[in-house]
Write a protein that binds this ligand. Structure first.
Ligand code: PLP
Length: 233
């Protein structure tokens, strides 16, 4: 597998999707989702200019972050409250805040650490049973509650769209997310500085960008298929 070829292809696809919709490619952050993948591959992408990586397990994120504190890490996976303390101060952003109780824990630990943690609220935009996140109808009310907590800043919204054969099928979901983000910002709630819209994965990031994604999370398209038995060293 040629990592450089993958990287150039993803970057080109992002540029093309931006060009189709009159967006500046600089308005889209590519998060290289390195979960289960060895640090050596991350180093190869870093050498190509990639700076931002996404992980979905706290232990793995912490281990990689200690090896490369100069890399930027985003936490994108489901987060248990008892793991929050280990994560504070190690991420640029926690994308996967899916309950008020989790937000309260992040707030509490951030205050203790004397920090402000940037978060996104995860929305179960496809209303899937198997997915984490606030229902689209409840996320704005939750945002009001969460924004009042100290030690955190809501920067926007995130979703994991359903897996579909044809990425066009997710366009309405991305469009709904964009509208929610506009609605949330229109409320002008203190402590919500949020125009971040984290959506789109290998299968559908181009459609997500056309619909307004500011952060796309691409794993397989860069690193190849995941082998969950792999060793990250
Ligand atoms: C694994 C993962 C991704 C990347 O998925 P790919 O299909 O490999 O690009 C993106 N977002 C989340 C939340 C993930 O867990």
């Amino acid at each position: 597998m040629d990592l450089k070829e993958n990287y150039e292809k993803v970057r080109k696809n992002i540029e093309d999707a931006c060009a189709r919709t009159g967006r500046d490619p600089a308005s889209v952050t590519l998060i290289a989702v390195s979960k289960t993948k060895p640090v050596g591959m991350m180093e190869a992408f870093y050498a190509m200019g990639q700076r931002v990586f996404g992980e979905n397990h706290v232990t793995e994120l912490v281990e990689k972050q200690e090896l490369h504190p100069e890399y930027t890490f985003h936490m994108i996976g489901h987060l248990q409250r008892n793991k929050v303390r280990k994560l504070i101060g190690r991420t640029a952003m926690i994308h996967s805040v899916d309950s008020e109780r989790l937000a309260e824990e992040i707030s509490k630990e951030s205050v203790k650490a004397g920090r402000v943690t940037d978060i996104l609220l995860e929305v179960n935009a496809g209303n899937e049973e198997s997915k984490y996140g606030f229902a689209p109808e409840e996320v704005l009310d939750a945002a009001v509650q969460i924004a009042a907590l100290p030690g955190i800043r809501i920067c926007g919204l995130m979703t994991v769209a359903p897996f579909v054969e044809n990425p066009e099928e997710n366009r309405p979901i991305f469009r709904k997310m964009r509208q929610l983000s506009v609605d949330m910002n229109a409320k002008k709630i203190d402590n919500i500085s949020g125009m971040v819209l984290s959506m789109g994965m290998t299968n559908d990031y181009e459609v997500a960008i056309e619909e307004g994604a500011t952060h796309v999370r691409v794993g397989t398209g860069l690193f190849g298929e995941r082998d969950y038995g792999g060793n990250i060293k």
